[in-house]
Every structure is written in C-alpha cells, then in structure tokens.
Design a protein around this ligand. Sequence first.
Ligand SMILES: Cc1cc2nc3c(=O)[nH]c(=O)nc-3n(C[C@H](O)[C@H](O)[C@H](O)COP(=O)(O)O)c2cc1C
Length: 170
Amino acid sequence: MKYIVISSGLRPGSNSRTMAESLCDRLREIGEETELLALSDHEMPFCDGKDYLDHPTTQLFREKVASADGIVLATPVYNYDANAAAKNFIEITGQAWQNKVVGFLCAAGGEKSYMSIMALANSLMLDFRCVIIPRFVYATGGAVTDETVVERTHELADELIRFTTGLNSD
Ligand SMILES: Cc1cc2nc3c(=O)[nH]c(=O)nc-3n(C[C@H](O)[C@H](O)[C@H](O)COP(=O)(O)O)c2cc1C
C-alpha cells in the first residue's frame, strides 16, 4: 500500500506539519511506503473553476493523490474548519480522491474546536465516497509532541493500515 500525508499548514514551524512528520516517521518505521506532501513547499493555484486545471501543480497534486491508497490530511483548525489551503487542495484535486481511505491530524489553538473537521470529512464521504477513519488526532498548542498525542498518532497509523489493506484486499 502507498500512503500520503498532506500537510496544509503554511506557516514556518507549523504544529500540524510536526504532526504530519510524526505520522510519516511512524509509518516508515513500520515499513510502509509513505510520502509527505507539504503544501508550503509548492505554489498552489486557487481553484477558480477553470484555469487551475492547466497549472502544473494541479497535475502534480492530482497524480500524488491518485497514486495513494490511504491519505491523511494534517491541518490547522481555522474558524472551526480545516484551513483554506486544505479546502483549496481538495477543490483542485477533486475526483482523484475517489474511494480513498482518509484520516485526519488537527492542530488547534483550543480544545473546543474538536468537531471542526467534520464538515470536510462529510464532503469527502459524500462527494468522493472516501472512507473516513473514525479516529482523529487533535492537539492544542504545544501539545503536539506530548506522549498522548504521539500515542494517538501511532494508533492512527495502525488504523490507516488496517482500513487501507482491509478495503483493498480481494
Ligand atoms: C485565522 C485563524 C483562525 C483560527 N481558528 C481557530 C479555531 O476556530 N479554533 C481553534 O481551536 N484554533 C483556531 N486557531 C488557532 C490555530 O488552530 C492554531 O494556532 C494552530 O496551531 C495552527 O496550526 P499550525 O501550527 O499548523 O499553523 C486559528 C488561527 C488562525 C490564524
């Protein structure tokens, strides 16, 4: 199986990127083929409904999503939602998400935004028939490297593998 971890945090030193790297490390430690795709490393076009299709980054991102069996999105929580970069990424990659197994890592400022990822999860389920792993990792502030968060990240890695291999076996 092939896994891709998308980091949509754009600021240097982003907590969600730290979470994404931690998950990648764990998956590689287990021996899984894993790629980190950090949106901050690319010039991503806005989804304008037309010209974005011709942009080389759109093609690149679509190929990366399409080639993965399991995808984890690591996102900052902005305004009780994923950040706009994550939403834009999904808009420009669209149908490449069909039938993928998807998990989430969320970096937030406070504890009360725990449900924030649900709107995006719902749209992936209904738009692209994604199978959402019902175990999110949610961390506030500097807690991203706390033992409990690392433990939950390991549990997410296990669940990602379990769902992805289970759903792709004959
Ligand atoms: C525009 C903006 C909106 C935010 N909205 C929320 C929010 O709704 N809930 C929350 O818990 N934190 C919110 N935060 C705090 C961020 O989630 C927090 O700083 C997080 O660490 C950002 O992730 P990053 O470190 O990967 O950039 C917001 C921050 C910004 C800049």
